[in-house]
Design a protein around this ligand. Structure first.
Ligand SMILES: [Zn+2]
Length: 383
Protein backbone atom coordinates (compact mmCIF):
# COMPACT_ATOMS: atom_id res chain seq x y z
CA UNK A 1 0.00 0.00 0.00
CA UNK A 2 1.36 3.36 -1.02
CA UNK A 3 0.85 6.18 1.45
CA UNK A 4 -0.06 9.57 0.21
CA UNK A 5 2.67 12.18 0.33
CA UNK A 6 1.10 15.60 0.69
CA UNK A 7 -2.40 14.93 2.03
CA UNK A 8 -3.55 18.28 0.61
CA UNK A 9 -4.19 16.62 -2.72
CA UNK A 10 -6.23 13.65 -3.86
CA UNK A 11 -6.11 12.09 -7.26
CA UNK A 12 -9.14 10.56 -9.02
CA UNK A 13 -9.17 8.59 -12.26
CA UNK A 14 -12.58 8.35 -13.95
CA UNK A 15 -13.34 5.17 -15.91
CA UNK A 16 -16.51 3.99 -17.66
CA UNK A 17 -16.11 0.54 -16.07
CA UNK A 18 -13.47 -1.92 -14.94
CA UNK A 19 -12.90 -3.11 -18.51
CA UNK A 20 -11.59 0.34 -19.41
CA UNK A 21 -8.52 -0.28 -17.21
CA UNK A 22 -7.15 -1.68 -20.46
CA UNK A 23 -7.12 1.85 -21.89
CA UNK A 24 -4.40 2.75 -19.40
CA UNK A 25 -1.52 1.46 -21.49
CA UNK A 26 1.97 2.83 -21.23
CA UNK A 27 2.13 6.27 -22.85
CA UNK A 28 -1.65 6.91 -22.64
CA UNK A 29 -2.51 10.52 -21.95
CA UNK A 30 -5.03 11.36 -19.25
CA UNK A 31 -7.00 14.59 -19.46
CA UNK A 32 -8.56 16.48 -16.64
CA UNK A 33 -8.54 19.33 -14.19
CA UNK A 34 -7.09 20.29 -10.83
CA UNK A 35 -9.77 21.69 -8.53
CA UNK A 36 -7.97 23.90 -6.04
CA UNK A 37 -10.82 24.23 -3.53
CA UNK A 38 -10.95 20.49 -2.86
CA UNK A 39 -7.40 19.56 -3.85
CA UNK A 40 -8.83 17.05 -6.31
CA UNK A 41 -6.91 16.10 -9.41
CA UNK A 42 -9.40 14.54 -11.86
CA UNK A 43 -8.01 12.51 -14.75
CA UNK A 44 -9.62 10.40 -17.48
CA UNK A 45 -8.38 8.58 -20.58
CA UNK A 46 -11.21 9.88 -22.82
CA UNK A 47 -10.16 12.68 -25.09
CA UNK A 48 -12.16 15.84 -24.31
CA UNK A 49 -14.18 17.46 -27.11
CA UNK A 50 -12.51 20.50 -28.66
CA UNK A 51 -9.53 19.94 -26.29
CA UNK A 52 -11.48 21.74 -23.56
CA UNK A 53 -9.34 20.19 -20.81
CA UNK A 54 -5.54 19.78 -20.86
CA UNK A 55 -3.72 16.52 -20.46
CA UNK A 56 -2.75 16.15 -16.85
CA UNK A 57 -1.26 12.70 -16.68
CA UNK A 58 0.64 10.11 -18.62
CA UNK A 59 0.75 6.39 -17.90
CA UNK A 60 4.24 5.21 -16.96
CA UNK A 61 5.72 8.61 -17.78
CA UNK A 62 9.16 9.76 -16.73
CA UNK A 63 9.63 10.50 -13.07
CA UNK A 64 10.79 13.94 -12.07
CA UNK A 65 9.52 17.38 -12.83
CA UNK A 66 10.89 18.12 -16.26
CA UNK A 67 7.66 18.67 -18.11
CA UNK A 68 6.40 22.03 -19.28
CA UNK A 69 2.98 21.45 -17.72
CA UNK A 70 3.49 22.08 -13.99
CA UNK A 71 0.54 19.81 -13.22
CA UNK A 72 1.61 16.79 -15.21
CA UNK A 73 1.21 13.57 -13.22
CA UNK A 74 2.93 10.29 -13.85
CA UNK A 75 0.47 7.45 -13.53
CA UNK A 76 1.52 3.90 -12.64
CA UNK A 77 -0.69 0.86 -13.00
CA UNK A 78 -0.23 -2.18 -10.79
CA UNK A 79 -2.99 -4.72 -11.39
CA UNK A 80 -6.20 -2.95 -10.41
CA UNK A 81 -4.56 -0.14 -8.51
CA UNK A 82 -3.29 3.17 -9.79
CA UNK A 83 -0.64 5.34 -8.18
CA UNK A 84 0.36 8.80 -9.25
CA UNK A 85 3.35 11.05 -8.72
CA UNK A 86 3.96 14.60 -9.79
CA UNK A 87 3.84 18.23 -8.87
CA UNK A 88 0.95 20.56 -8.21
CA UNK A 89 2.70 23.87 -8.67
CA UNK A 90 5.82 23.48 -6.58
CA UNK A 91 4.30 20.94 -4.21
CA UNK A 92 5.08 17.28 -4.68
CA UNK A 93 2.29 14.75 -4.67
CA UNK A 94 2.62 10.99 -4.62
CA UNK A 95 0.06 8.40 -3.70
CA UNK A 96 -2.79 6.11 -4.69
CA UNK A 97 -5.50 7.33 -7.02
CA UNK A 98 -9.15 6.71 -6.34
CA UNK A 99 -10.83 5.04 -9.31
CA UNK A 100 -14.27 6.52 -9.95
CA UNK A 101 -16.48 4.41 -12.19
CA UNK A 102 -19.35 5.79 -14.27
CA UNK A 103 -21.81 3.83 -12.11
CA UNK A 104 -20.98 6.09 -9.15
CA UNK A 105 -22.48 9.04 -11.02
CA UNK A 106 -25.63 7.04 -11.79
CA UNK A 107 -26.05 5.46 -8.37
CA UNK A 108 -29.40 7.12 -7.69
CA UNK A 109 -31.14 6.57 -10.99
CA UNK A 110 -34.83 5.62 -11.28
CA UNK A 111 -33.93 3.03 -13.94
CA UNK A 112 -32.91 -0.56 -13.29
CA UNK A 113 -29.71 -2.10 -14.70
CA UNK A 114 -31.35 -3.37 -17.87
CA UNK A 115 -32.87 0.02 -18.65
CA UNK A 116 -29.56 1.76 -17.90
CA UNK A 117 -27.81 -0.61 -20.28
CA UNK A 118 -30.46 0.12 -22.93
CA UNK A 119 -30.02 3.88 -22.54
CA UNK A 120 -26.23 3.63 -22.64
CA UNK A 121 -26.44 1.88 -26.01
CA UNK A 122 -28.76 4.49 -27.55
CA UNK A 123 -27.82 7.33 -29.86
CA UNK A 124 -29.95 10.46 -30.10
CA UNK A 125 -29.59 12.88 -33.00
CA UNK A 126 -30.48 16.41 -31.88
CA UNK A 127 -31.06 19.25 -34.33
CA UNK A 128 -30.55 22.59 -32.64
CA UNK A 129 -28.25 23.21 -29.68
CA UNK A 130 -30.03 26.34 -28.46
CA UNK A 131 -32.35 26.72 -25.48
CA UNK A 132 -34.20 23.46 -26.07
CA UNK A 133 -31.46 21.36 -27.68
CA UNK A 134 -28.78 22.17 -25.09
CA UNK A 135 -31.14 21.27 -22.27
CA UNK A 136 -32.34 18.09 -23.96
CA UNK A 137 -28.79 16.86 -24.68
CA UNK A 138 -27.59 17.38 -21.10
CA UNK A 139 -30.69 15.84 -19.52
CA UNK A 140 -30.49 12.76 -21.76
CA UNK A 141 -26.87 12.28 -20.68
CA UNK A 142 -27.82 12.73 -17.03
CA UNK A 143 -30.48 10.06 -17.51
CA UNK A 144 -27.86 7.65 -18.91
CA UNK A 145 -27.93 7.95 -22.72
CA UNK A 146 -24.51 6.96 -24.12
CA UNK A 147 -24.24 8.88 -27.36
CA UNK A 148 -25.57 12.12 -28.85
CA UNK A 149 -25.09 13.71 -32.24
CA UNK A 150 -25.49 17.50 -32.14
CA UNK A 151 -26.22 19.62 -35.20
CA UNK A 152 -26.21 23.45 -35.08
CA UNK A 153 -24.25 25.97 -37.12
CA UNK A 154 -24.85 28.83 -34.69
CA UNK A 155 -22.47 30.32 -32.15
CA UNK A 156 -23.35 31.38 -28.61
CA UNK A 157 -24.10 35.09 -28.21
CA UNK A 158 -24.62 37.20 -25.07
CA UNK A 159 -28.37 37.29 -25.81
CA UNK A 160 -28.50 33.47 -25.49
CA UNK A 161 -27.11 33.23 -21.97
CA UNK A 162 -30.39 33.87 -20.17
CA UNK A 163 -31.85 30.82 -21.91
CA UNK A 164 -28.95 28.43 -22.56
CA UNK A 165 -26.82 25.93 -20.66
CA UNK A 166 -23.74 27.94 -21.68
CA UNK A 167 -22.39 30.97 -19.81
CA UNK A 168 -20.41 34.19 -20.38
CA UNK A 169 -17.16 32.36 -20.99
CA UNK A 170 -18.73 30.36 -23.82
CA UNK A 171 -19.77 33.37 -25.93
CA UNK A 172 -18.35 33.03 -29.44
CA UNK A 173 -18.07 29.23 -29.35
CA UNK A 174 -20.25 27.06 -31.59
CA UNK A 175 -23.29 26.05 -29.52
CA UNK A 176 -22.59 22.36 -30.17
CA UNK A 177 -19.14 22.84 -28.64
CA UNK A 178 -20.62 24.47 -25.53
CA UNK A 179 -22.91 21.47 -25.06
CA UNK A 180 -20.21 18.88 -25.86
CA UNK A 181 -17.87 20.41 -23.27
CA UNK A 182 -20.58 20.31 -20.60
CA UNK A 183 -21.43 16.71 -21.44
CA UNK A 184 -17.77 15.76 -20.91
CA UNK A 185 -17.89 17.21 -17.41
CA UNK A 186 -20.98 15.16 -16.57
CA UNK A 187 -19.74 11.91 -18.08
CA UNK A 188 -16.42 11.86 -20.00
CA UNK A 189 -17.17 8.41 -21.43
CA UNK A 190 -20.21 9.63 -23.37
CA UNK A 191 -19.67 9.82 -27.12
CA UNK A 192 -20.50 13.16 -28.69
CA UNK A 193 -20.48 13.84 -32.42
CA UNK A 194 -20.90 17.47 -33.51
CA UNK A 195 -21.73 19.23 -36.77
CA UNK A 196 -21.31 23.01 -36.98
CA UNK A 197 -23.04 23.22 -40.32
CA UNK A 198 -26.42 22.69 -41.94
CA UNK A 199 -26.07 18.97 -42.66
CA UNK A 200 -28.84 19.24 -45.28
CA UNK A 201 -26.25 20.94 -47.52
CA UNK A 202 -24.51 17.54 -47.71
CA UNK A 203 -25.15 14.78 -50.19
CA UNK A 204 -28.22 12.57 -49.79
CA UNK A 205 -26.05 9.57 -48.84
CA UNK A 206 -24.12 11.55 -46.23
CA UNK A 207 -27.32 12.85 -44.63
CA UNK A 208 -28.71 9.31 -44.55
CA UNK A 209 -25.51 8.05 -42.91
CA UNK A 210 -25.84 10.58 -40.08
CA UNK A 211 -29.52 9.74 -39.49
CA UNK A 212 -28.93 6.00 -39.63
CA UNK A 213 -26.77 6.11 -36.49
CA UNK A 214 -29.71 7.41 -34.46
CA UNK A 215 -32.28 5.53 -32.37
CA UNK A 216 -34.32 8.72 -32.03
CA UNK A 217 -34.25 12.15 -33.65
CA UNK A 218 -35.12 15.35 -31.81
CA UNK A 219 -36.09 18.41 -33.85
CA UNK A 220 -35.20 21.10 -31.32
CA UNK A 221 -35.47 23.93 -33.77
CA UNK A 222 -38.73 25.88 -33.97
CA UNK A 223 -38.27 26.71 -37.62
CA UNK A 224 -40.79 24.72 -39.63
CA UNK A 225 -38.80 24.18 -42.84
CA UNK A 226 -35.89 22.29 -41.23
CA UNK A 227 -38.33 20.42 -38.97
CA UNK A 228 -40.10 19.08 -42.05
CA UNK A 229 -36.78 18.11 -43.66
CA UNK A 230 -35.86 16.23 -40.47
CA UNK A 231 -39.30 14.57 -40.46
CA UNK A 232 -38.86 13.39 -44.03
CA UNK A 233 -35.52 11.64 -43.35
CA UNK A 234 -36.66 10.19 -40.01
CA UNK A 235 -39.86 8.82 -41.56
CA UNK A 236 -38.13 7.23 -44.55
CA UNK A 237 -35.46 5.61 -42.38
CA UNK A 238 -37.95 4.44 -39.74
CA UNK A 239 -36.54 6.47 -36.83
CA UNK A 240 -38.79 7.89 -34.07
CA UNK A 241 -39.06 11.69 -34.19
CA UNK A 242 -39.75 14.08 -31.33
CA UNK A 243 -40.47 17.75 -32.01
CA UNK A 244 -41.21 20.39 -29.43
CA UNK A 245 -41.60 24.11 -29.36
CA UNK A 246 -42.88 27.09 -27.44
CA UNK A 247 -45.56 29.57 -28.39
CA UNK A 248 -45.37 33.30 -27.93
CA UNK A 249 -43.68 34.39 -24.69
CA UNK A 250 -43.47 30.68 -23.85
CA UNK A 251 -47.02 30.97 -22.45
CA UNK A 252 -47.36 27.42 -23.63
CA UNK A 253 -45.87 24.92 -25.96
CA UNK A 254 -46.32 21.61 -27.65
CA UNK A 255 -44.59 18.26 -27.96
CA UNK A 256 -45.23 15.95 -30.90
CA UNK A 257 -43.78 12.51 -31.55
CA UNK A 258 -44.18 9.81 -34.12
CA UNK A 259 -43.03 6.19 -34.07
CA UNK A 260 -42.13 4.33 -37.25
CA UNK A 261 -44.26 1.45 -38.45
CA UNK A 262 -47.19 2.37 -36.17
CA UNK A 263 -49.32 4.18 -38.75
CA UNK A 264 -49.09 7.40 -36.72
CA UNK A 265 -49.35 10.85 -38.33
CA UNK A 266 -45.97 12.31 -39.21
CA UNK A 267 -44.93 15.90 -38.59
CA UNK A 268 -45.93 16.90 -42.13
CA UNK A 269 -49.46 15.56 -41.47
CA UNK A 270 -49.65 17.85 -38.42
CA UNK A 271 -48.13 20.98 -39.91
CA UNK A 272 -50.35 20.76 -42.94
CA UNK A 273 -53.52 21.02 -40.88
CA UNK A 274 -53.60 22.32 -37.30
CA UNK A 275 -53.86 26.07 -36.91
CA UNK A 276 -50.98 27.40 -34.86
CA UNK A 277 -51.50 30.19 -32.32
CA UNK A 278 -51.15 33.67 -33.76
CA UNK A 279 -47.67 35.05 -33.36
CA UNK A 280 -46.53 38.63 -33.58
CA UNK A 281 -43.94 38.06 -36.25
CA UNK A 282 -41.40 35.30 -36.26
CA UNK A 283 -40.43 34.21 -32.78
CA UNK A 284 -38.01 31.44 -32.37
CA UNK A 285 -36.76 30.99 -28.85
CA UNK A 286 -34.56 28.00 -29.35
CA UNK A 287 -32.64 29.14 -32.40
CA UNK A 288 -32.49 32.90 -31.98
CA UNK A 289 -28.87 34.04 -31.96
CA UNK A 290 -29.31 37.68 -31.00
CA UNK A 291 -31.83 40.34 -29.99
CA UNK A 292 -32.62 41.00 -33.66
CA UNK A 293 -34.22 37.55 -33.84
CA UNK A 294 -36.78 38.34 -31.14
CA UNK A 295 -39.57 40.36 -32.64
CA UNK A 296 -42.05 39.58 -29.90
CA UNK A 297 -41.67 39.13 -26.18
CA UNK A 298 -39.27 36.29 -25.47
CA UNK A 299 -40.28 33.75 -22.88
CA UNK A 300 -38.97 33.13 -19.41
CA UNK A 301 -36.37 30.36 -19.44
CA UNK A 302 -38.21 28.49 -16.68
CA UNK A 303 -41.37 28.57 -18.84
CA UNK A 304 -39.48 27.23 -21.87
CA UNK A 305 -37.89 24.54 -19.69
CA UNK A 306 -41.35 23.48 -18.49
CA UNK A 307 -42.12 22.37 -22.05
CA UNK A 308 -38.62 21.04 -22.74
CA UNK A 309 -38.63 18.82 -19.63
CA UNK A 310 -41.79 17.09 -20.85
CA UNK A 311 -40.19 16.60 -24.26
CA UNK A 312 -37.13 15.02 -22.60
CA UNK A 313 -39.27 12.50 -20.70
CA UNK A 314 -41.13 11.55 -23.86
CA UNK A 315 -37.79 11.04 -25.61
CA UNK A 316 -36.61 8.74 -22.79
CA UNK A 317 -39.90 6.83 -22.94
CA UNK A 318 -39.36 6.24 -26.66
CA UNK A 319 -35.79 5.02 -26.08
CA UNK A 320 -37.09 2.67 -23.38
CA UNK A 321 -40.24 1.57 -25.20
CA UNK A 322 -39.18 -2.11 -25.13
CA UNK A 323 -38.66 -1.93 -21.35
CA UNK A 324 -40.82 -4.11 -19.13
CA UNK A 325 -40.26 -2.03 -16.03
CA UNK A 326 -39.96 1.67 -16.84
CA UNK A 327 -43.05 3.65 -15.86
CA UNK A 328 -42.22 6.24 -18.51
CA UNK A 329 -43.49 3.99 -21.28
CA UNK A 330 -47.09 4.32 -19.99
CA UNK A 331 -47.05 7.75 -21.66
CA UNK A 332 -46.70 6.29 -25.13
CA UNK A 333 -49.95 5.80 -26.98
CA UNK A 334 -50.64 5.84 -30.72
CA UNK A 335 -53.49 8.33 -30.26
CA UNK A 336 -51.74 10.51 -27.71
CA UNK A 337 -48.75 11.80 -29.58
CA UNK A 338 -49.51 15.51 -29.58
CA UNK A 339 -49.40 17.18 -26.21
CA UNK A 340 -50.41 20.81 -25.71
CA UNK A 341 -48.75 22.29 -22.64
CA UNK A 342 -50.07 25.44 -21.02
CA UNK A 343 -47.63 27.02 -18.59
CA UNK A 344 -48.14 29.12 -15.47
CA UNK A 345 -49.33 32.13 -17.50
CA UNK A 346 -51.36 30.25 -20.11
CA UNK A 347 -54.89 31.11 -18.99
CA UNK A 348 -56.87 32.60 -21.88
CA UNK A 349 -54.09 32.05 -24.41
CA UNK A 350 -54.74 29.86 -27.48
CA UNK A 351 -56.72 26.87 -26.25
CA UNK A 352 -55.64 26.97 -22.62
CA UNK A 353 -58.34 27.61 -20.03
CA UNK A 354 -56.31 27.65 -16.83
CA UNK A 355 -52.70 27.81 -15.66
CA UNK A 356 -50.88 24.52 -16.29
CA UNK A 357 -53.53 23.32 -18.71
CA UNK A 358 -51.97 20.22 -20.27
CA UNK A 359 -53.87 17.92 -22.60
CA UNK A 360 -53.47 15.59 -25.55
CA UNK A 361 -54.81 17.01 -28.79
CA UNK A 362 -56.27 14.17 -30.87
CA UNK A 363 -54.97 14.16 -34.42
CA UNK A 364 -56.66 12.84 -37.51
CA UNK A 365 -54.31 10.89 -39.60
CA UNK A 366 -52.05 9.86 -41.01
CA UNK A 367 -53.27 12.00 -43.86
CA UNK A 368 -53.79 10.16 -47.13
CA UNK A 369 -52.42 13.07 -49.13
CA UNK A 370 -49.42 13.74 -46.83
CA UNK A 371 -46.35 14.41 -49.00
CA UNK A 372 -44.16 12.41 -46.62
CA UNK A 373 -46.13 9.48 -45.21
CA UNK A 374 -49.29 9.41 -47.38
CA UNK A 375 -50.16 7.84 -50.68
CA UNK A 376 -49.25 11.05 -52.45
CA UNK A 377 -47.47 10.41 -55.72
CA UNK A 378 -45.15 13.26 -56.73
CA UNK A 379 -45.31 12.17 -60.38
CA UNK A 380 -49.00 13.16 -60.46
CA UNK A 381 -47.88 16.76 -60.22
CA UNK A 382 -45.96 16.44 -63.46
CA UNK A 383 -48.84 15.11 -65.55
ZN1 LIG B 1 -47.53 12.47 -42.84
Amino acid sequence: MVTRINPKFNCKVFLKDKADMKLLKSGTRLYGQFVESTGSIFMMPYRPPYDCLPWLGIVNGKTGHENENPLLMNVYIDGDSITTAGFVGKQHFEGPAEIVYKSAAYARTPFNNDDMKTLWNKTVLIFGAGTGGSKIALELIRAGVGKVILVDFDRLDYANISRHEGDLFDVGKPKVQVVAERIYRINPAVQVETYTEDIFDRSFDEINAIFEKADAVVAATDKTAPQLQINEFAHRLGIPLIAGGCYEEALGGEVFYTLPGEKMPCLACLRGGMKQPEQKGEIDYSTASGPQDYQGQPGLHAAVDFVTCIEIQICLAILLRESKTSKLTAMLHLKRNFLLIGGAMAQGFYRFRKPFDIFYQPLNGPKKNCVVCGEFNPEELLT
